[in-house]
Design a protein around this ligand. Sequence first.
Ligand SMILES: [Zn+2]
Length: 65
Amino acid sequence: MKENKRLKVCRECRLFVEGDECPGCGSTSFTHSYKGVVLIKDPATSEIAQNLEITKKGKYALWVK
Ligand SMILES: [Zn+2]
C-alpha cells in the first residue's frame, strides 16, 4: 500500500511544499491545515489564479490557516 503523507502548505503563497523552503516565495512558514487543492497551469489566463493572486504555476491550497 502506498503511504499517503499529508503535505504541508506555504502560509505565504499557499503552494504545496516538499522541502524545507518554499520554492515559490522562499518562506519557511508552513501549515498542515488547509482546504481544497487547485492546480494552476497557466496563471496568466486562470481566473482562479487571479482571484488567489497566484503568479506562478503549481499546486496550491485554496485556504490555509
Ligand atoms: Zn510560498
